[in-house]
Every structure is written in structure tokens, then in C-alpha cells.
Design a protein around this ligand. Structure first.
Ligand SMILES: O=C(O)CCC(=O)C(=O)O
Length: 263
């Protein structure tokens, strides 16, 4: 994968708004390869903790989710370890080294589709520090009809709120710290396949329900600054690893994906 020419304006936009949209980041070949890999892995049963499909029919209406697919499929690993994407994440985060937290495929199925409710990501993750961010890669053209994302600009500045239940969601705008964001227009992320958004783990985001007759496929890579430490909160990616609270999330399960000698 080649280099992506991320500009200083795009970095400033991300820091100000908590998200940035980057069009046509993948080449046609890269897009086809990751689509094929996701299609293959979505039909394969995985280790139970990482295979969230088929456990709760209401959750499945939000999306079909499979986690840590880089450990299952070489094609996904090539995508997740892509220096092109990791270097974007590293520069947006403004850190010397960026690590993988986890990946996941989120496929919004047609039929009785539910929105992905307004939420922040960081409250689900066992991290003491802030700074983790996601790359949400569209594998299909997306708009409001099939489940594109939307962000509340500047909402990452509110800080870490309580986690939202994705099936029976609380109103995130009802939380005291975020009430003032209620009037802000969401930024709707229509984009062609092979384009992506990056969002800060604290940014409020949402995805529309899929009203079409085809799945909406997205592949997400979540990055964290090197030095991010374990908070002890339960999570499928850390349960059973015998981590101590305060210990850095590091090692081969959370590899460094990009580093700079200059920072
Ligand atoms: O794709 C979706 O439906 C929601 C995505 C999301 O919440 C995320 O990537 O953090």
C-alpha cells in the first residue's frame, strides 16, 4: 500500500472536530482484496468471544460484528497492518508510535435493520488514557439509505461518558455533560467504497439503518497511542490475558503499526 498525502489542514480538522473524512484512500485492487477477505471471514464461525453474530437477534439487527479478524485471515491482516492507514492514524493522534487495539468487521444487514445509536467508543475500552481512534473503511458506497456514519463535530471535547447500550440505547444527549450538543447538526458521512473516516474514541457517532436490500460492509481498525495502559475494565480483547491495572497494552497482540523517529 502506498503513502496517503494527509494534509496539515486535515489533521487540524480532526483535532478540532474529532473526525475527518478521507476519500478514495484504497486503490481498486486494495478495495477488492479487503472486500473478498471480509466476505470470506463473515461466513466462517470464529472463537466465540470474537464472533458476535447469532448470540442476540436484536444486536444482529444493529450489525453483524466479528472482532480481531487479522488473526484469522491473511488478507485482513494485510489490510489491518497497512502502513498507509496506520501512518494516517499516527499523524492524526500526534504520537511517535501507534499500536493496534483491535479490528472488527461491521456488516449492517438488510431487512429489519436498526441504527447504530449515538455513542462514544472509549467508554467500552479498558484504557486509562484517551487518544485511541478508529478508521472506518467503507467497503460499499454508503449514504443515509444503507447505513453511513454521522458525527457530532466537537463532541470529543465533552470527555468520557457512560457506555451506551447498543440495543436499548440511553440518550447520550441527555447526559449532563453533553446536553449542549443536542442542537448541533450531525455531519453525515456519505462516501464511495474505499473511502474512510477516522474518529476519536470520544466523538459521538451514529450509523443509519440499512434500508436497502444489500449488506453494508465496513472494516474498522482501532489504533491506540503506544503507552496506553490497561484500566482493568472487562473487555473481550483483554479478558484472560492476566494484565495488571496500569500495565501498558503492548506485545504481539497489540503490535506497533506505525512509528516516527522525529517525534
Ligand atoms: O458501522 C456502524 O454501524 C457503527 C460503527 C461504529 O460505531 C464504530 O466504528 O465505532
Amino acid at each position: 500500500m502506498s503513502h496517503y498525502p494527509l494534509t496539515e489542514e486535515q489533521i487540524a480538522f480532526y483535532r478540532q472536530n474529532g473526525y475527518v473524512q478521507l476519500l478514495n484512500v484504497l486503490t481498486a485492487e486494495e478495495l477488492e482484496a479487503v472486500r473478498q477477505a471480509v466476505d470470506e471471514v463473515m461466513t466462517k464461525p470464529l472463537e466465540k468471544a470474537f464472533d458476535r453474530v447469532g448470540h442476540n437477534p436484536e444486536y444482529d439487527k444493529v450489525f453483524h460484528q466479528k472482532v480481531n479478524l487479522w488473526r484469522e485471515h491473511e488478507g485482513i491482516k494485510r489490510f489491518v497492518f497497512s502502513p498507509k492507514l496506520a501512518e494516517i492514524a499516527r499523524r492524526l493522534a500526534g504520537v511517535a508510535r501507534i499500536r493496534l487495539w483491535h479490528d472488527h468487521a461491521l456488516v449492517k444487514m438488510p431487512g429489519d435493520s436498526k441504527p447504530s445509536p449515538w455513542h462514544q467508543d472509549l467508554p467500552y475500552w479498558p484504557m486509562n488514557e484517551e487518544g485511541a481512534l478508529s478508521c472506518w473503511m467503507a467497503l460499499d458506497d454508503v449514504d443515509e439509505n444503507n447505513g453511513c456514519m454521522a458525527f457530532i463535530p466537537g463532541s470529543h471535547k465533552v470527555g468520557r461518558l457512560d457506555p451506551i447500550n447498543l440495543v436499548n440505547p440511553q440518550d447520550i444527549f441527555g447526559f449532563e455533560a453533553s446536553g449542549h450538543l443536542k442542537g448541533i447538526q450531525p455531519a453525515v458521512m456519505r462516501m464511495p467504497a474505499g473511502s474512510c473516516t477516522f474518529h476519536n474514541g470520544l466523538t459521538f457517532h451514529y450509523a443509519f439503518p440499512n434500508r436497502t436490500d444489500k449488506p453494508r460492509r465496513a472494516m474498522i481498525v482501532i489504533y491506540m497511542p503506544d503507552g496506553t495502559t490497561y484500566s482493568g475494565k472487562r473487555h473481550i480483547c483483554t479478558d484472560g490475558l492476566n494484565l495488571e491495572v496500569g500495565q501498558p497494552l503492548a506485545g504481539e497482540l497489540f503490535p506497533i503499526l506505525a512509528s516516527s523517529q522525529y517525534l
